[in-house]
Design a protein around this ligand. Structure first.
Ligand code: SAM
Length: 281
């Protein structure tokens, strides 16, 4: 199975679970892959590498994620990122200068943003304020993961990716003319019960709308696969568990070997995370 990785480092990347997810995405009839919660894009990139689909449409709510995806398609962006990496030495002082320069430039320079992500403490981008007060405040990570080879691979594969910005339902709704019998949807929404930064604002109601959406596209004929958790750090996703029971004629539940107990700064000694992959029959 693929060792491929995205050059956009993001918490929640499915890189380690590609071996569990990819075998479910294609049944021989699907031409188009829709990924409404793209994140690092590693699932799409792995599918492109394996030539699983003809068309790829991705989406994410975060503008900066979408911008980085689209810019990585341009070789000039990669060279500009390399120049920035060469200009700032790999130490804390230079990192803070880089962050200051990015904030002084009103958070517009994506070559600086990309390099901040490579040197940051975690894979969680953090901004505070809004409009002219917007500031990036991700802490220094004592590392520099700048990797030209990885960027170039991402660049080559991502030429087939079409990435849009917006909410997942609007994105899925925009494909009025698709033959859903030829579509796979892989969805990896924020999980209730985890602490990832991108969960901010994701509510129980979003979860309900999301599941309704998955039912709708399953009914239209799409192959629908989505990731989630049944249990994490004392949180039991009872609504999801009940939903899977109610729709067990349409969806199978696969329990995956993934553990989020050590991913937050506060470790958890209790029961292991129960990460699931929900796959339409
Ligand atoms: C669990 S991450 C996806 C990770 C991805 N599968 C990967 O391998 O990197 C969830 C993503 O959903 C995005 N997101 C959050 N709310 C959203 C919404 N309402 N519509 C679309 N995307 C959303 C976040 O910005 C984040 O990138």
């Amino acid at each position: 199975m693929t060792k491929l990785n995205s050059s956009i480092y993001l918490a929640g990347s499915k890189q380690k679970l590609l071996k569990d997810i990819l075998p479910h995405l294609q049944d021989g009839n699907r031409k188009t892959l829709l990924t409404p919660f793209s994140g690092s894009g590693v699932v799409e990139l792995a599918c492109i590498e394996q030539d699983l689909f003809e068309n790829y449409y991705s989406n994410d709510l975060e503008e900066w994620v979408v911008r980085l995806h689209n810019k990585l398609k341009d070789p000039k962006f990669i060279l500009d990122c390399k120049s920035v990496n060469d200009k700032y030495p790999s130490d804390k002082k230079s990192y803070l200068q880089m962050r200051e320069d990015y904030n002084q430039g009103k958070c517009q320079d994506d070559t600086l943003l990309f390099n901040l992500l490579m040197r940051s403490h975690s894979n969680r981008m953090r901004f505070s304020g809004q409009g002219s007060k917007l500031k990036c405040n991700i802490p220094y990570g004592e590392r520099n993961r700048f990797d030209m080879e990885r960027m170039l691979k991402h660049h080559t594969l991502s030429q087939k990716m079409n990435v849009r910005q917006g909410g997942f339902a609007t994105f899925l709704n925009s494909f009025q003319d698709l033959d859903w019998e030829e579509v796979t949807i892989y969805a990896d929404p924020p999980y209730l019960g985890t602490t990832a930064v991108y969960n901010a604002g994701w509510s129980k109601m979003d979860d309900e709308v999301f599941r309704e959406c998955m039912l709708k596209y399953h009914h239209l004929g799409a192959k629908v696969i989505f990731s989630n958790i049944f249990y994490n750090r004392g949180y039991v996703a009872q609504d999801l568990i009940d939903w899977c029971g109610e729709h067990s004629d349409k969806f199978d539940v696969h329990h995956l070997d993934m553990d989020y107990r050590n991913t937050a700064h506060v470790k958890y000694e209790g029961k292991k995370t129960d990460e699931v992959l929900i796959v339409s029959k």
